[in-house]
Design a protein around this ligand. Structure first.
Ligand SMILES: Cc1cc2nc3c(=O)[nH]c(=O)nc-3n(C[C@H](O)[C@H](O)[C@H](O)COP(=O)(O)OP(=O)(O)OC[C@H]3O[C@@H](n4cnc5c(N)ncnc54)[C@H](O)[C@@H]3O)c2cc1C
Length: 360
């Protein structure tokens, strides 16, 4: 039987794939499962037997299943089954079938490098955001601007003071739960600001602190980090001249950096969710364009104020692009709300799950 926590995580994964990767599910249905002209494909459910898909051949709705050979124990193992099916579908598809978003993303990641840097300065941005400046080893890190993010790998055990020779994202990824993974942990973080051979990164202090937020809290100047990237998700269509940004604490650095990159004549507005006014911060000349929404008694990821605010919006959607990021379920609900209530095409909205609350 799946644990309650795994069921909860799989629900969030299902929403993410249905919202963002229907092209990959269509490809799997057509070329792995043999449904000619598959379209409107979705994951309908995931249980101990497999991943259940619903698709259409243009006439009727069809149900198909990617069966598990062994019952998966983790979210990653379920994603592994989907990706293996996608890879099989690609090997059978004619060469002119366009790449899916996932495949294009994989191609990009193959070219990314691992950089080694260290903590240079610490500063509190607000009561729950800590800024670390990293300096050194970053001279060749490309400056992508906007929401550029990196995968940070740190020694969360505190037992080593440097990385082993030849260490890279690839060695970290391939190491199982023992060995390297006993010492090192990783998570994605955004570059708040690029400097000369330096970057600033904002770490959210959250309840139930995980290895990365704990490391950031405890690390001293000189502490080492390996970083892999950068990549971005911010992709406004051409002709966009108005922007709506939606962010919890984890995505505020991405939004602030994106705003700083906008051409002068663009309009923008931001909805920033945070705990309370001690966790909001000075915005300088951006303060007129940002509305703070406080969760107060509600837990992170469970705030109701943001979606309420969004349901009341009257948007002129011409040339508008919406970028939002934060807790996965919250962002999926906001995306569904916006898509059903506003006149938006799917390329006008990017909602990214930056973290997932647990079921507890
Ligand atoms: C592209 C991208 C960019 C990101 N940029 C940033 C960034 O700039 N700054 C930043 O702080 N985070 C950012 N995140 C989110 C960050 O990767 C996650 O919050 C990550 O889970 C932190 O790892 P951890 O080891 O602290 O906690 P984990 O071990 O992953 O989680 C431990 C527990 O904490 C909970 N949790 C995790 N994050 C939060 C949170 N923010 N609030 C409340 N509970 C939480 C989890 O549900 C879990 O129960 C980004 C994520 C992505 C995908």
């Amino acid at each position: 039987m799946f644990s309650e926590e795994l069921k909860y995580q799989l629900d969030a994964m299902l929403e993410t794939y249905n919202d963002n990767h229907s092209d990959a599910i269509d490809l799997i249905c057509e070329h792995h499962l043999g449904v000619l002209g598959a379209r409107d494909s979705r994951i309908s459910s995931i249980n101990e037997e497999g991943i259940h898909l619903s698709t259409s051949d243009g006439g009727s709705t069809l149900e198909r299943t990617l069966e598990f050979l062994e019952m998966p124990n983790t979210n990653e193992e379920v994603v592994g089954v989907l990706l293996a099916s996608l890879s099989d579908a690609r090997s059978k598809a004619p060469s002119n079938v366009p790449k899916t978003k996932i495949e294009l993303e994989f191609e990009k990641t193959r070219r990314l490098k691992t950089y080694f840097t260290e903590v240079f300065e610490r500063r509190d941005v607000s009561s729950n955001i800590l800024e670390l400046k990293f300096k050194g080893g970053l001279g060749e890190l490309p400056n992508l601007g906007n929401d550029a993010f990196l995968y940070f790998i740190v020694d969360s055990s505190g037992e080593t003071d440097d990385f082993p020779p030849g260490f890279s994202m690839e060695t970290f990824r391939r190491s199982g739960t023992k060995g390297l993974r006993r010492h090192y942990s990783g998570a994605y973080y955004t570059i708040r600001e690029y400097g000369e051979d330096a970057i600033d990164v904002w770490f959210v202090r959250h309840a139930d602190a995980g290895p990365l937020s704990q490391w950031a809290e405890n690390v001293s100047v000189g502490g080492k980090a390996a970083i892999w990237g950068p990549r971005t998700s911010f992709k406004p269509p051409q002709n966009t001249n108005r922007y709506l940004f939606i962010a919890d604490e984890t995505a505020q650095p991405a939004v602030l950096s994106s705003i700083e990159n906008l051409p002068d004549q663009c309009e923008y507005a931001c909805l920033f969710e945070t705990h309370d006014d001690s966790s909001s911060f000075e915005l300088g000349d951006k303060s007129d364009f940002v509305e703070w929404i406080y969760r107060k008694q509600e837990k992170a990821g469970e705030g109701t104020g943001l979606i309420k605010k969004i349901s009341e919006l009257k948007l002129d959607t011409e040339n508008l692009y919406i970028f939002g990021a934060g807790e996965t379920r919250q962002m999926s609900a906001i995306r569904r709300q916006l898509m059903s209530s506003q006149n938006l095409s799917s390329d006008q909205i990017t909602m990214v799950g930056y973290w997932s609350r647990s079921s507890l």
